[in-house]
Design a protein around this ligand. Structure first.
Ligand SMILES: Cc1cc2nc3c(=O)[nH]c(=O)nc-3n(C[C@H](O)[C@H](O)[C@H](O)COP(=O)(O)OP(=O)(O)OC[C@H]3O[C@@H](n4cnc5c(N)ncnc54)[C@H](O)[C@@H]3O)c2cc1C
Length: 483
């Protein structure tokens, strides 16, 4: 309710700040159908909505003289012995120095954890480190086993072919030239089924031999015509031309499901608050819990602007009467913790190549904790992740210089990916049911009596500690999903 109540206001706010939303013929903000939605309700800007929102907000922060730390990387959250956040410790990437930054409030907006998976639509910066840092500092993470696979990643590169393609009327076609979604959902829904169902349908088509080259299906836009593709999906056409040498105006696009969104994250309430006063999170790194087990298309950008706004307001209120003095004791302790944790990435003397560990993790996640899951595969995945964690202790950095040492950054990110991947796999293994994107071949039904609960995980040096919490069902009782 909070998200949908706030939505119109934040959309109009963005629009008044200059966000170039697409328009209807009579000049109103246009809305398009997205998967799983009952009617066309997604406001958009051509096929670049996120980019437009980002630039709009960036302009506003420039207007307000916001200071940006360009090319800095936060590596540690500083939390005092009472559990209160006192700032962060960060790496100045260009010169390699580490600095403690005191702050009464810290807001993380570090994005999703896509790069645990090798087949992701996410940017290279979308690693699990942003979720791991608060986790290591004692802040729980929630529902990490819910990983969304987008049905239409461009074959091989996994670059996203937006759901807008199907929203505009694109078809999914198998090797027999058939619009196969009719086998899985009603003719009314077809390609606009939710992402989890569509991804499973594509995977089933491929598994049953109706994929093209046993590897992908086609996203066909040709019938939309040149004019519509150029007007509504220009970025998609450009990507297809640049990365697959395919013009969707004349050829269908080869696609397969790709890891896309992290439904779980840092456990927050509707104002981005966590168990640690002064530490907030918003956007994909947070788990407010509005997306359940399967986020609907368009809801992530809405989540970022609704809860980012609420989070900012809560932080402003929180810091109002606090003294502006840095807690040096807490910051020094955090700095020491970081130095200990960073020792491997700076000066590890073992024989393990961090990129080999990264590649093996990125291979095991899609194959063992992927679209369809079984106890056997997830157990194997967990064993492998734990083996990789052990091997990480023997890591040897390749580049030793200080300035612009991205090798160091990526090795630090790998530590976050490994710890959070373990939570994803163990959480998925424990959850003996199918719910949203968590689809088990050995427990095919949703099991509300036993599993209508959040997975909450806290850090301990012995390993992740799992517990479960109640789901807040304020207005609508859960029902079976029918499409
Ligand atoms: C290709 C693609 C298309 C999408 N299209 C849509 C769409 O049409 N509609 C929709 O609703 N959703 C869409 N999504 C999902 C949505 O874009 C994301 O969920 C959303 O952008 C997340 O925003 P965020 O601000 O939380 O994180 P991000 O946009 O990922 O930003 C996180 C930022 O934090 C920085 N960062 C991370 N760690 C650190 C650190 N340690 N120190 C300093 N900085 C750090 C990163 O560099 C990055 O700049 C799409 C996602 C993808 C990948």
């Amino acid at each position: 309710m909070t998200m949908t109540n706030d939505a119109p206001r934040v959309i109009f706010e963005m629009e008044h700040w200059g966000c170039p939303f697409s328009r209807t013929d009579d000049g109103k903000i246009a809305q398009r159908p997205f998967g799983g939605a009952g009617y066309p309700r997604t406001c958009y800007g051509a096929d670049k909505t996120g980019l437009y929102l980002l630039h709009t907000l960036y302009e506003q922060t420039v207007r307000l003289n916001t200071h940006y730390y360009e090319e800095w990387m936060v590596l540690q959250v500083a939390i005092d012995e009472k559990g209160i956040c006192k700032g962060v410790v960060a790496l100045n990437i260009p010169d390699g120095t580490i600095e403690m930054i005191g702050a009464n409030a810290v807001i993380f907006g570090t994005g999703g954890a896509g790069r645990m998976y090798g087949n992701t639509t996410n940017a290279h910066v979308s690693t699990a480190l942003g979720i791991a840092m608060p986790y290591w500092a004692g802040i729980p993470v929630k529902d990490m086993e819910f990983i969304q696979f987008h049905p239409t990643g461009l074959y091989r590169s996994n670059i996203l072919m937006t759901e807008g393609c199907r929203g505009e009327g694109g078809y999914l076609i198998n090797s027999e030239g058939e619009r196969f979604m009719k086998r899985y959902v009603s003719e009314k829904v077809m390609e606009l089924a939710p992402r989890d169902i569509t991804s499973r349908s594509i995977t089933t088509e491929i598994e049953q031999g109706r994929g093209i080259n046993n590897a992908y299906v086609y996203l066909d836009l040709r019938h939309l015509g040149k004019e519509k593709i150029l007007e509504r999906l220009p970025g998609i056409r450009e990507i297809c031309l640049d990365f697959a040498n395919i013009d969707p105006i004349v050829s269908p696009i080869p696609v397969n499901p790709s890891m896309h969104y992290t439904m779980g994250g840092i456990d927050t309430n509707y104002d981005g608050e966590t168990v640690s006063p002064g530490f907030y999170a918003a956007g994909e790194c947070a788990c407010v819990s509005v997306h359940g087990g399967n986020r609907l298309g368009g809801n992530s950008l809405l989540d970022t602007i609704v809860f980012g706004r609420r989070c900012g307001a809560a932080a402003v209120k929180y810091v109002k009467n606090l003294p502006k003095t840095a807690d040096e004791k807490t910051l020094n302790k955090a700095n020491q913790k970081l130095e200990d944790r960073m020792a491997l990435a700076v000066n590890g003397k073992g024989s393990e190549n961090p990129y080999k560990i990264r590649d093996e993790l990125q291979a095991v996640m899609p194959s063992k904790v992927g679209i369809f899951r079984t106890e056997k595969e997830m157990s194997e995945g967990l064993v492998k992740i734990r083996e990789l964690k052990e091997r990480y202790k023997q890591v040897r950095p390749i580049v030793k210089s200080r300035a612009f040492n991205m090798d160091r950054v990526w090795t630090m990110e790998l530590a976050g990916n490994l710890d959070i991947a373990e939570i994803v796999a163990e959480g998925a293994l424990r959850r003996q049911e199918s719910r949203g994107a968590h689809s088990r071949r050995d427990f095919t039904k949703r099991d509300d009596p036993n599993w209508l609960k959040h997975t909450v995980v806290t850090y301990s040096p012995q390993g992740p500690q799992f517990s479960y919490s109640k789901v807040d069902i304020s207005k609508y009782q859960p029902e079976e999903r029918k499409y």
